[in-house]
Every structure is written in structure tokens, then in C-alpha cells.
Design a protein around this ligand. Structure first.
Ligand code: 5CA
Length: 164
């Protein structure tokens, strides 16, 4: 296992859960790649996206089929419009690199928002620390472990190569 996956698994164990992490040789760097590797719908992949709003770094957990409405996310965080974090900001705040950022277990506690549409599924799949590792989880359990606020921040369906 990569050290990043070990770190994430250890963070999950600290929360009292043992996750079923699978590594995929074809890679799971983007939501589309992950859906193909796992064999699930794109919408069942959880994107763990990092934003900056009101000078704070926050995490948005959204379906692979959706984009984040940055205005709604900023409002949910009680701040102004949000912007997506730069790669180095993501690494600094979460301890993981883009493509492998897990939905919780970050280097420091980050306020987290989970989009309500994820609750439509019995099971969703999220990144487990590395760009070839995913794990399945019930969305309600994901919200609990991430201590996430459930909000409506999805901007709608993504089509074509913009999906990631
Ligand atoms: N492992 C997959 C599925 S679980 C995954 O991590 N998908 S993701 O969507 O959460 O992570 C990729 C996201 O990182 C992209 O959707 C994009 O929003 C963001 N991203 C990609 N490149 C950059 C970059 N250079 N700077 C900031 N964000 C980026």
C-alpha cells in the first residue's frame, strides 16, 4: 500500500471504522476513471473538492456527475463566493495530492459540506488517499465520519470532458 493510503486507513481506524480499500491498476485519478474502474455510475463517485472561502479552506463532497456552485458553497460556509484551491493549497490543507484526496482524515480538521444528492444512493465510492485507491461507503455514514453539513451545493450535471 502507498504511504498515503496507509495514512488514510489509519485516520479511518482512529474513527473506529475499517474501510474496504481497493487499488485499481487502471487508475482512479478522476471521477470518470474511478467509475470505470469500480464499475459504478459516475454519479456514485464522490469528488472531494477543496475550496477557499472567507479566508478558510473547506471541503465539498459532491457527486461525480455534478459541479459545485461556488456561490452556494460560500453561502453555506457563511462567507462570500468560494474559489477552488490551488494544487499546493490542497496538499497543504489535506495532506493528500489532487486525484487521491479522501473525504475525511485530512492533515487538519477542515469544515466539510456534503451535497444532498449523494444521499440518493445506497453506496458511493470515494478516494482513499491515492489516485488508484477507492472505498465504498453509505453516504449517511460518510456524512457522519466527515462531520459534514448536508447542503445543496451541486450546480447540475456535467457532460463531456469537463467531468473529473
Ligand atoms: N480519485 C478521484 C475520484 S474519487 C478524485 O479524486 N476525483 S476529484 O474530482 O475529487 O479530484 C479531482 C479534482 O481535482 C478535479 O475535479 C478538479 O476539480 C481538481 N483539480 C484537478 N487539477 C487541479 C489543479 N491543478 N488545481 C486545483 N484543482 C485541481
Amino acid at each position: 500500500m502507498s504511504r498515503a493510503v496507509d495514512r488514510f486507513a489509519a485516520a479511518a481506524a482512529d474513527l473506529g471504522v475499517e474501510l474496504r480499500v481497493t487499488r485499481y491498476p487502471t487508475g482512479t485519478r478522476t471521477a470518470r476513471e474511478a467509475a470505470e474502474a469500480v464499475g459504478c455510475e459516475l454519479a456514485q463517485i464522490v469528488k472531494s473538492l477543496v475550496f477557499v472561502t472567507g479566508g478558510r479552506v473547506v471541503v465539498a463532497l459532491v457527486s461525480g456527475a455534478d459541479r459545485v456552485d461556488t456561490g452556494r458553497l460560500g453561502a453555506a460556509a457563511g462567507a462570500g463566493d468560494a474559489r477552488q484551491a490551488r494544487a499546493e493549497e490542497v496538499a497543504e490543507a489535506t495532506g493528500f495530492s489532487i486525484g487521491g484526496v479522501p473525504p475525511f482524515g485530512h492533515a487538519r480538521r477542515l469544515e466539510t459540506f456534503l451535497d444532498r444528492r449523494l444521499l440518493d444512493f445506497e453506496e458511493v465510492w470515494a478516494a482513499a488517499g491515492a489516485p488508484d485507491a477507492c472505498f465504498p461507503i453509505a453516504p449517511g455514514e460518510l456524512a457522519r465520519l466527515a462531520e459534514a453539513s448536508v447542503v445543496d451545493v451541486a450546480a447540475g450535471a456535467v457532460s463531456g470532458p469537463a467531468a473529473s
